[in-house]
Design a protein around this ligand. Structure first.
Ligand code: BES
Ligand code: ZN
Ligand code: ZN
Length: 466
């Protein structure tokens, strides 16, 4: 069942092939200096995403030149892989093995990873005949890092692309258990009514209407002496909106409402695969927001782990409820850094579009460092403020506060403020409101489930704690 979720692309060949076709990356500067004679006949100028085939006298493909950015980008090699796939016949692709020549050591990770990302396919329900070009992965390449990057991103894509019919709360739990076994981590979960007993009422109430019972899945890995990193993910396996039912066009894509959990799982995967010296805790809040006679309703007042009472104004603002108690629990553990990922608001998408998650943080320095690094690794995130005066709009006549604000202004900021109530203001906490979906097909970034913010956060954690 979980097998398909762990289907990773396998474009890499580990034994040195005899007649490999060299792929040479050249920037515009390189072309001017060294490659002039061989490439200018085809008008190749070394700009990123440009590719040029050189044939021998018998008409066989001899060399591939590919453009590159000054700082090597994984999307440079993804573009080369894509061009090769589209412009060579299946007969050639079946036999050919490509081989990167003349790469700097520091560019290897990005180069091989991009090719891996470009070889992704989601074939669970429809097999394609597409043949992806094979690439020789030499022994001196940073294989562990390349595999971790390809696998973590593919895992996110598979998780998000898999429809809710095959990815319920139990299946999401099974995925965490599987990576727990792979990396010798400890995985436990609190299921259904036990959530009430253990004082996680909000996850329970949001998820209680679904036959796929709500659960909080916890993974622990690493040494107690190392810095404590806690990652929380919104795992709403389907968001109908609840009794405040979403209109059809807004419900259509809601299989991806566990996209935050997917980022969280992908990040945990990276951290464990790369053996970062941290004490990791992953919390996946898995629930389905369904409609039923037993569903939580507008006007209901929910108790919370933090002690506040919350009046439900809108059952479609379920994300903040689902992860609120987990944030309180996470903060109780006094982590050195706490990060949550959620597909929380349409407002964050209106503000920044699908590809740039909104980032919120208790500490400005943390946010600024993450933002800076995010652009360097081409996984941009952008900070929005936790502007406290906006919290006023959550007022309730019967409870401490409500869960929605119907003004239509600043929805992403207000959702962040709601979470902050549960995360507390003292923790070095970061909240990522992301889309987990790529709207367009570009080389190395296919349409569908996508990493949004996961790599930015990994770079940051690796730099700060690695
Ligand atoms: N899962 C949605 C948010 C969402 C919608 C993310 C579309 C990405 C794309 C969330 O549960 C939701 O419905 N939020 C509401 C909140 C509102 C009712 C206060 C929203 O953003 O409209
Ligand atoms: Zn919702
Ligand atoms: Zn939702």
């Amino acid at each position: 069942m979980t097998k398909e979720i762990f289907a990773f692309p396998a474009p890499f060949v580990k034994t040195a092939p005899k007649n490999a076709i060299p792929v040479i990356f050249a920037s515009a500067k390189d072309v001017k200096k060294t490659h002039k004679t061989q490439t200018d006949q085809n008008g190749f100028s070394g700009n990123p995403k440009e590719v040029c085939f050189i044939y021998d006298s018998k008409g066989r493909l001899e060399t591939v030149y590919a453009g590159r950015s000054e700082t090597f980008s994984p999307y440079d090699s993804a573009a080369a892989a894509e061009y090769i796939r589209k412009n060579l016949s299946d007969a050639v692709l079946k036999k050919a093995v490509f081989d990167f020549k003349g790469l700097n050591k520091k560019d290897m990770s990005a180069a091989y990873t991009g090719w891996g990302w470009a070889s992704y396919r989601f074939e669970r329900y429809k097999k394609t005949k597409t043949i992806f070009p094979k690439l020789y992965l030499p022994k001196n390449a940073p294989t562990n890092e390349i595999n971790a990057q390809v696998e973590a991103v593919s895992l996110i894509r598979n998780l998000v692309n898999t429809p809710s019919s095959d990815l319920g709360t139990k299946e999401l739990e099974a995925v965490v258990k599987k990576i727990g076994t792979q990396f010798k981590a400890k995985v436990t979960s609190i299921v259904d009514k036990d959530l009430l007993k253990k004082n996680f009422p909000m996850i329970y109430h949001v998820g209680k209407a679904s036959p796929r019972r709500p659960r909080l899945v916890e993974l622990n890995w690493g040494k107690a002496k190392d810095p404590k990193i806690t990652i929380v993910g919104k795992g709403v396996v389907f968001d109908t909106g609840g009794l405040n039912l979403k209109p059809p066009r807004f419900m259509l894509l809601m299989k991806k409402d566990m996209g935050g959990a997917a980022q969280a799982i992908g990040l945990a995967y990276m951290i464990m695969a790369m053996k970062l010296p941290v004490n990791l805790k992953l919390l996946v809040c898995a629930a389905e927001n369904s409609v039923d006679g037993n569903a939580f309703r507008p006007g209901d007042v929910l108790p919370t782990r933090a002690g506040y009472t919350v009046e439900v104004g809108d059952t479609d603002a379920e994300g903040r409820l689902v992860i609120g108690d987990a944030l309180t629990y996470a903060a109780e553990g006094k982590p050195d850094l706490m990060v949550d990922f959620c597909t929380l608001t349409g407002a964050a998408r209106v503000a920044l579009g699908p590809d740039i998650p909104a980032l919120f943080a208790n500490k400005d320095k943390t946010a600024q460092d993450i933002v800076k690094g995010s652009f360097e690794c081409e996984d941009p995130v952008w900070q929005l403020p936790l502007w406290a005066p906006y919290f006023k709009s959550y007022s309730s006549d019967v409870a401490d506060f409500g869960n929605d604000d119907s003004t239509g202004y600043g929805g992403a900021i207000k959702a962040g403020l709601f979470l902050q109530k549960f995360a507390g203001e003292k923790t070095d906490w970061v909240h990522v409101d992301c889309f987990a979906w790529s709207q367009s097909d570009t080389p190395g970034r296919p349409k569908g489930g996508a990493d949004t913010g996961m790599r930015a956060m990994y770079q940051y954690i690796a730099k700060r704690f690695g």
